[in-house]
Design a protein around this ligand. Structure first.
Ligand code: AQP
Length: 336
C-alpha cells in the first residue's frame, strides 16, 4: 500500500517555500489516488516558543484554512491537528528509547534552531525528530513529501524503524518510509539572499511571499527581489553561479508547472525589468486567490474545528491499532 504522511507546523503564515515544497504537492498527491494523511503538527510548534493560548488556536485554524484554500479536501485526505491523536506522543516515547544520543547530536536542524545557546534549548527541540518519526510511523506511512531541509529527519526515521524492528524482533513491522523530495522547488530561497532558504522565522518579511499577501504585496516583493545587474543568461547552465536569478527561474517554473529549461527557452536573455513583471503576474494569478479563500474559511472557525475533529477521529482509527500492535510486540501487560 502507498500511504502518504506529512506535517506542517502552525508557527506563522505559510510562505511560497512551504507551498511549492510541500502543500501544493500534498494536494496533487491527494488527487492522484494516494492515501494521504496531513497533519498540523501543533505539538512540534511549542518546541521553540509558545505564541500564547489565543495565538496557538489562531495559528492552527489559519494553517487549516490555508490547506483548505490550497485545495485540500477533507473527504479525500485525513486532515487533523496532532495533539488530538495521543498515539503520536505514545509512540514518540518508545522511539526516544530507540534513537541513540549520537544520532540526535548529528541533526543539523537542531543545531540551526538552537544556535549558540544549546544549553538553553528545550528538551522537546532536541527530541523533535523522534516525535516526527512517530508521526510518520504510527500510520505505517510509506512516503513522505517534504522539502530538502527535512531529508535528514526522514533518514533518522528510517534508522529508528530499522532499529526498532531489529531490537524488538519485529521484522518488517515498521516500513522504511521514502522521502519524496521532488520537483524544482524543494528548496525555495529567500528573496533577499540566494544563499538562505525562504523561512517563516526570517525577520524580514521582504524575504518571503506569504500565502496571505494580497496581489499588490506579492507583485511588489517580486519587483524588489534581490538580483544581480546582468540580464538572464541564454541557458540554465549560465545561472549556476547566480543563486538569486536561479531561484526566480525555479519559482517561475514551479508556479507555471513547467521546467526551468522551458522557462529559459522562453525568457533566456531577458532583463530583470521584463522577467520580474512576468513572474509577478504569474505569482499573482496563482497565489492571490489563496489568501482570499483563506479569509473565507476563517470566517467560520467552528467549521474548521469540526473538520479537524473529524479528521482526528479518522487518524486515530488508523494509528491506534498500530500503537496497540507495537505495545504487544514490546510485551506490555494489557496489550495482549
Ligand atoms: N524554503 C523552502 N523551500 C521548500 N520547501 C520548504 N519547506 C520549508 N521551507 C521550504 C517545507 O515546508 C514544509 C513545512 O515546513 P514546516 O513548517 O514544518 O517547517 P519549517 O521547515 O520549520 O518551515 P520554515 O519556514 O523553514 O520555518 P522556520 O523558519 O521555523 O525554520 C516541510 O516539508 C518543509 O520541508
Amino acid at each position: 500500500a502507498r500511504r502518504v504522511f506529512s506535517g506542517v507546523q502552525p508557527t506563522g503564515d505559510l510562505h511560497l517555500g512551504n507551498y511549492l515544497g510541500a502543500v501544493k504537492r500534498f494536494v496533487e498527491m491527494q488527487n492522484n489516488d494516494w492515501e494521504t494523511i496531513y497533519c498540523i503538527v501543533d505539538l512540534h510548534a511549542i518546541t521553540v516558543s509558545w505564541p500564547g493560548r489565543e495565538g496557538m488556536t489562531a495559528a492552527t485554524r489559519e494553517l487549516a484554512a490555508a490547506f483548505l484554500a490550497c485545495g485540500m479536501d477533507p473527504e479525500k485526505s485525513v486532515l487533523f491537528n496532532q495533539s488530538q491523536v495521543p498515539a503520536h506522543t505514545q509512540l514518540a516515547w518508545i522511539f526516544s528509547c530507540v534513537a541513540r544520543l549520537g544520532w540526535m547530536n548529528r541533526m543539523t536542524q537542531f543545531k540551526d534552531k538552537a544556535g549558540k545557546n544549546a544549553e538553553r534549548s528545550s528538551l522537546g527541540l532536541y527530541a523533535y525528530p523522534a516525535l516526527q518519526a512517530a508521526d510518520i510511523l504510527v500510520y505505517h506511512a510509506t512516503h513522505v513529501p517534504v522539502g530538502e531541509d527535512q531529508r535528514q529527519h526522514i533518514e533518522l526515521t528510517r534508522d529508528i524503524a530499522t532499529k526498532f524492528n531489529l531490537d524488538f524482533g519485529a521484522e518488517n513491522f515498521f516500513p522504511l518510509p521514502e522521502p519524496m523530495i521532488e520537483g524544482v522547488a524543494t528548496r525555495v530561497m529567500s528573496l533577499r539572499d540566494g544563499s538562505k532558504k525562504m523561512s517563516k522565522s526570517d525577520p524580514s518579511d521582504q524575504s518571503r511571499i506569504n500565502l496571505t499577501d494580497d496581489a499588490d504585496t506579492i507583485a511588489k516583493k517580486i519587483r524588489k527581489a534581490k538580483t544581480d545587474p546582468e540580464p538572464l543568461s541564454e541557458t540554465l547552465e549560465g545561472l549556476e553561479e547566480r543563486p538569486e536569478a536561479l531561484n526566480l527561474v525555479r519559482i517561475y517554473a514551479a508556479l507555471a508547472e513547467t521546467t526551468p529549461e522551458q522557462v529559459m527557452a522562453e525568457h533566456g536573455g531577458a532583463s530583470f525589468s521584463t522577467f520580474k513583471p512576468a513572474l509577478a503576474d504569474l505569482a499573482v494569478a496563482k497565489l492571490a486567490h489563496i489568501g482570499e479563500e483563506m479569509r473565507r474559511y476563517l470566517a467560520d472557525p467552528a467549521e474548521i474545528d469540526r473538520v479537524l475533529g473529524k479528521g482526528a477521529e479518522k487518524a486515530a482509527a488508523i494509528a491506534d491499532p498500530i500503537l496497540a500492535r507495537t505495545y504487544d510486540i514490546i510485551g506490555y501487560v494489557g496489550s495482549r
